[in-house]
Design a protein around this ligand. Sequence first.
Ligand code: SAM
Length: 479
Amino acid sequence: MDDLEKHRWERLLRWLSEEHGMDVGESAFHVEAREVPGAGRGLFATRDCPRSTTLFKVPSTALMNKKTVAKLYAQLRGRRLSGVLLVSLHLLLHKPLGDEDSQDPVFGPYISTLPRDFSSHPLSWLVKRDTQEEDAWERVALSLLPPSTLRKLSVLHDRFRADWQILRRVLEEDASVVASSSRSDISLVSSPENINELMMDFLWAWLNVNTRCIFWRIQPTLSDQDNFTLCPVLDFANHNSGHSHIFPVVDSDIWGGVAKKPPKYFVFFGPSQGAVSEGQQLYLQYGTHSNAFLFSEYGFVNDFPEGAVASGAYAGEVDVHELVEELFAQKALLGSRLKEVLTDEGYWGDWTVHAAPAPAHPSYRLMVALRLLEAFENANETGQASFDAIVGQWRQVTYGQADNISMQNEERWRTTLHRMCSQVVERARTHLALLSNASCTGGTSGWHRWMHLNISVLWQEELEVAESVMASLEAGAEF
Ligand SMILES: C[S@@+](CC[C@H](N)C(=O)[O-])C[C@H]1O[C@@H](n2cnc3c(N)ncnc32)[C@H](O)[C@@H]1O
């Protein structure tokens, strides 16, 4: 890290210690931030840690979440803003200017350590497209994304736009909120340029929340959308698809009892299965996410060595929603009726093919959908009695009361899956060829080249997974 970043890290530790009473001494704090090429900064062990070592404990007063931030905005209590909105609003109002530190008297030293720039995040390209401010590189990059990645990104974009609309209203209607900002440059003069600038600042805040938050229970209901926090120090940890070295203690027995109060510290253990060595990067597994998800939500992918998909060493997957949806659409009115059946039974969408565990296979949801589609053979319409009878047969198989609709149906859906995988292979080859033509996405800076590579990895995964599933089908594998 450069001197400025080192200074910010040290200031963060001083703030945690002096303002929040966190123990950052050698006996209780065993991590440090370092630069990681291609991943910004990461967390590293500062000494050998035996299994289950407590790596560090962050006082809950230093966390940024709905509970700690809402206290600062009593005037907004009636608006029932989500945790994402409140925390993003606070970041927006105290965003550091240029290379300066954040002037927020409450969380300033923490906010100063957050990434300053999200130009490489694909959501930035989409948001810039809304205002015709995207550059040629971004336009081409968006056009080269696999369809399912673009869909995931669009869903994220919708979430962002909805939050921005709410926040804009809050800023326009409540002058005291803007007045509480520590920024000298914030302005709500409603010129289109000002509003777009403010939206990009909000994007910076929102992406910091979206890429750095972690589950933290502040509401009694486990699935409450506000059960998350930003956590200083921990949020320097990068993701690894294989294993995690950091284990957050996320739930407390207190919740089972009457006290219903979050714990005083957010505690992070090292692995219980083995020691970590001094200098080792400590990863946090963000979840078992596909590369398409990591790319759209976090702006990076897990790379994999050539052949790792075919050997099953890398659990690649492809979301084939668009291709399946198209098959139902081709059945015109019958397709709509079948969509209704699948939706009612909870099987519409989320259709994937997987490389591992061997044999490479379709997801159960995909088999269920294809069985129904092929049960009607080439028909585009059918009478109600025959429709009900066929759907009845399909239900028996789906509920496990029969092995199959017919051997012919099994043959048909496997053939359709094979054809679909071959389409995936073909479009992946086309896009990899386009991507290898440097002129089409050859940006100038480091992150352009890195994102170019990430997009290639997405297509390479599509290619290798689809080829593996085709090989399984050709070998007659049972799924
Ligand atoms: C919680 S932050 C981790 C710390 C971050 N690297 C930083 O410099 O502040 C999550 C972000 O880190 C980056 N990241 C995390 N894991 C990564 C990985 N395995 N490869 C590349 N980038 C990664 C992505 O930009 C992601 O959105």
